[in-house]
Design a protein around this ligand. Structure first.
Ligand code: PGA
Length: 254
């Protein structure tokens, strides 16, 4: 983390939460945030589609942001079951996650589709949180940086920059497993991502663009991870479902 980038703590609720529990969690977070004077971090939650409207109402003007977990690449039309970025913006979302590894694996999403979704997000005025990360087999084969390079170049649209894009580095093998890379390994990948962004978008965009770490971040490891110089926040799954834990992670921002 450096002074010119404001940390971002993003909660990915995944396919969790029904009416009341989602709203209770949103209200608890809103209360914490309202009571916190002069927060030095940005915080947001990405509930499932079914809860976005209600959570948005509960968050009100608390300063906790609202995002979604996916969007379609087209603005509207005959796409049964899909939700467009424009619809999410209409609901009050400011962010949308695209290219999460669970969508890449479970819905066969490839880089070009992730890129199209990020473009749709930008067109709708949303900030795209673009996820990348290697599998365990790829890490074991020493291919981490190659995979990250390929996903970055294929998934980020040309119009990406500090104002409309966040990159989330999430090693697939660290998601939901309780395992994380070492701090040195995380910093190595984040610095590599920053260098790639610099080469493509120039130093000024690359210095401002936030790179989140995701994968088993929790209240015990957050402080060390968030202190790494190229880690600008976290994308948090499991621990974002408990207000106490999620808030504690946010409090760990340097
Ligand atoms: P986790 O999930 O924090 O439960 O590992 C992170 C993510 O998938 O974004």
């Amino acid at each position: 983390m450096t002074a010119n980038r404001r940390p971002l703590i993003a909660g990915n609720w995944k396919m969790n939460g029904r009416g009341d529990d989602g709203l209770v969690l949103a209200l608890q977070l809103a209360e914490r945030m309202k009571a916190k004077k002069g927060a030095t971090f940005d915080i947001l939650v990405c509930p499932p589609f079914t809860l976005i409207y209600g959570v948005g109402q509960a968050l009100d003007d608390s300063g906790v942001g609202l995002g979604a977990q996916d969007c379609h690449a087209i603005e509207s039309g005959a796409y049964t079951g899909d939700v467009s970025a424009a619809m999410l913006a209409d609901l009050g979302c400011a962010y949308v996650i695209v290219g999460h590894s669970e969508r890449r694996a479970g819905h066969a999403e490839i880089n070009s589709l992730v890129r199209a979704k990020a473009e749709a997000a930008h067109a709708a005025g949303l900030i795209a949180i673009i996820c990348i990360g290697e599998t365990e087999a790829e890490r074991d084969a020493g291919k981490t940086l190659d995979v990250v390079k390929d996903q970055l170049s294929g998934s980020l649209p040309d119009g990406a920059g500090a104002a409309n894009t966040v990159v989330a580095y999430e090693p697939v093998w660290a998601i939901g497993t309780g395992r994380t890379p070492t701090n040195d390994e995380v910093q190595e990948v984040h610095a590599f991502i920053r260098a790639e962004l610099t080469a493509r978008f120039g130093p000024s965009e690359a210095q401002g663009l936030r790179i989140l770490y995701g994968g088993s971040m929790n209240p015990n490891n957050a402080r060390e991870l968030l202190a790494l110089s190229d880690v600008d926040g976290g994308l948090i799954g499991g621990a974002s479902l408990r207000c106490e834990d999620f808030w504690s992670i946010a409090q760990s921002c340097p």
